[in-house]
Design a protein around this ligand. Structure first.
Ligand SMILES: Cc1cc2nc3c(=O)[nH]c(=O)nc-3n(C[C@H](O)[C@H](O)[C@H](O)COP(=O)(O)OP(=O)(O)OC[C@H]3O[C@@H](n4cnc5c(N)ncnc54)[C@H](O)[C@@H]3O)c2cc1C
Length: 547
């Protein structure tokens, strides 16, 4: 067991809530430790659609959530401009839609009151012909559409740069560190945690004045280990990824139960999501079912008839850490959040936790969480996370000029600038010094060897799945069939892994990819998977990932 260290605050959970909170705590001068049992963005945040919208759908039940989300979306856009994608939504109205187009337009007029807070444009009403002109794949059998102007963000990079910023402000930041136990004094107050590094097996005890649980849907179970109760109503959601872009805009359709679902361009792919169902299963093994996939396809097919012609390359499933409420339909559950001081609630001092919320207001949640920590510690320092850019967000990149300066392909610079902002130059400098590092490791997503080495050296990537989250290596149509061996070799080289460890890393990565493919295997997908299996077995001899 390693020796004890003393922190002001330990933040448990490296999702968007925990990384945002650790950043804020560190920026306010608190001696901070951030731990995650997997990786930053390895939980629910890594399965979300990344919309930092104002929560149009919450307008009916939860106007505050809409307003707060819009304000925070505006701040997030300012501090991480490089990670954003702007995406107009088309809410398609058909003859059998629940309401006439005038109703949707009136609804959007109400939403228009908030959109300026997040730098969005007011809605536009489009006729049938106008919709077909800009989105030719939509069924001609429609009445028209109403637009909304939304923003999305890369959730993986958002967590990575929040963790990085926390570290650059002095925090001790550790992924692959599982909290096993809470350390307590004789009165039962929490004094820290016992953590295990799941890659090395090393166990250490870390003490702190405040321990803050930001473990998403795992929070109730962790709180119970600390002897307190946090109630949630976890709700599972899935997203499907098609192997190419099939729409120009985000196309909103109505599902069989009246819920709204959406298909939208996302990186080189199309994302379709999402579902929302009460979840009672294993949080460490959340998988999608065929029925859930069918539910989404059926909904989109009604407005986008050719949707089944594209290949589904992957399904992602996660669990929302929603606040507990008895009775409402899942979709109507509040997206508000609560911060609990367990001294007031359960007489256990030294422990705070957070439940609920959403990515779109993560910064505000983190600010309020840090305010609560500071109050307990008697620290009076103002929050600056709405003003200080996240790493890479300090300066706009002129991609053409940078491509010329480094004599690099524009598509590579474009992707590097999207993921790393102004820090893309650090990676391009590596290529300038050693041109061999400019080789593409992943061809589906243009990821260079330099970027892989950079995120291992500077962003704590320790596994192939960490590399996928930081760079999108293995996220494209081949789902790692071509790049995973090469990426494993680079990982092994950087981390000094033995050949057996590199092979194990590669097998583990393929196993994770398999989880996302299993629910969609039929027809052409099955043939594609058989080809993949042949490649794996020939090149890597992995019996454990056989069909
Ligand atoms: C399908 C889907 C789509 C969504 N789309 C959107 C959207 O478009 N916009 C939006 O605003 N919101 C969206 N959400 C909601 C949003 O994703 C969540 O509200 C948010 O990501 C929760 O973040 P978190 O940090 O609280 O939890 P998580 O991301 O789950 O982070 C918790 C972390 O705690 C770690 N952890 C757990 N136990 C331990 C332990 N014992 N020791 C150490 N670490 C531990 C986990 O590994 C995990 O990384 C969506 C959710 C889903 C499921």
């Amino acid at each position: 067991m390693a020796g004890k260290s003393m922190y002001d605050v330990i933040v448990i959970g490296g999702g968007v809530t925990g990384t945002g909170t650790a950043r804020d705590c560190a920026m306010r001068g608190l001696n901070t430790l951030l731990v995650d049992k997997r990786d930053f963005c390895g939980g629910t945040t890594g399965t979300c659609m990344g919309m930092i919208h104002g929560g149009l759908r919450y307008l009916l039940h939860d106007v505050d959530t809409t307003r707060i989300s819009c304000i925070d979306s505006g701040y997030i856009q300012r501090i991480a401009p490089h990670l954003l994608f702007r995406i107009p939504f088309l809410t398609i109205v058909t003859k059998d839609s629940s309401f006439p187009i005038d109703f949707y337009e009136t609804y959007m007029e109400a939403y228009d009151r908030f959109v300026h807070l997040k730098g969005g444009k007011k809605h536009t009403r489009l006729s049938r012909d106008e919709v077909l002109e800009i989105e030719p794949g939509v069924s001609p059998n429609i009445v028209g559409a109403v637009t909304t102007d939304e923003w999305g963000i890369n959730p993986f990079r958002l967590c990575a740069v929040n963790a990085l910023s926390a570290s650059e402000h002095g925090a001790d930041v550790r992924n692959h560190c599982l909290v096993r136990e809470f350390l307590k004094d004789s009165a039962g107050n929490v004094q820290g945690v016992a953590v295990e590094n799941t890659l090395t097996g090393e166990v250490s005890e870390e003490t702190a004045r405040i321990t803050f649980i930001a473990a998403g849907p795992w929070t109730p179970a962790l709180a119970a280990r600390a002897g307190v109760e946090v109630r949630m109503r976890p709700a599972k959601g899935i997203n499907i990824f098609l192997d190419r872009r099939i729409t120009n805009y985000a196309v909103v359709a109505m599902a069989v139960d009246g819920r709204q679902v959406v298909a939208m361009p996302y990186e080189n792919a199309t994302m379709i999501g999402c579902t929302d169902d009460d979840y009672y299963g294993d949080l460490d093994n959340v998988t999608a079912t065929n029925d859930e996939v069918e539910y989404l396809l059926q909904a989109l097919e009604r407005v986008f008839p050719t949707i089944r012609q594209a290949r589904i390359m992957r399904v992602m499933a996660g669990v929302r850490p929603t606040l507990y409420e008895w009775k409402p339909y899942e979709d109507d559950l509040s997206r508000e959040y609560e911060i609990y001081d367990h001294k007031n609630l359960h007489g256990v001092d030294g422990l705070l936790s957070i439940a609920g919320g959403k990515l779109a207001m993560y910064r505000l949640m983190a600010e309020h969480a840090t305010d609560a920590v500071c109050r307990k510690l008697g620290v009076d320092v103002a929050c600056r996370t709405h003003e200080e850019p996240l790493p890479g967000g300090d300066e706009a990149v002129d991609e053409d000029a940078v491509a010329d300066e480094y004599n690099a392909p524009r598509y590579v610079v474009r992707r590097l600038a999207y993921r790393h902002g102004s820090r893309c130059r650090r990676i391009l400098d590596m290529i300038r010094e050693d041109p061999a590092l400019g080789a593409l490791v992943c061809r589906c997503e243009p990821v260079t060897e330099a970027e892989i080495r950079y995120v291992i050296r500077h962003e704590m990537a320790r596994t192939l799945d960490d590399l996928r989250r930081r760079t999108r290596v293995g996220s494209g149509p081949c789902q790692g069939a071509r790049c995973n061996f090469l990426a494993a070799a680079i990982l092994a080289d950087e981390l000094n892994l033995a050949p057996g460890q590199a092979l194990a890393a590669s097998a583990e990565f393929l196993q994770q990819r398999w989880k996302g493919k299993a629910p969609i295997l039929r027809g052409d997908n099955l043939a594609q998977e058989e080809l993949n299996q042949a490649i794996y077995n020939l090149a890597g001899n992995y019996p454990e990932v056989a069909l």
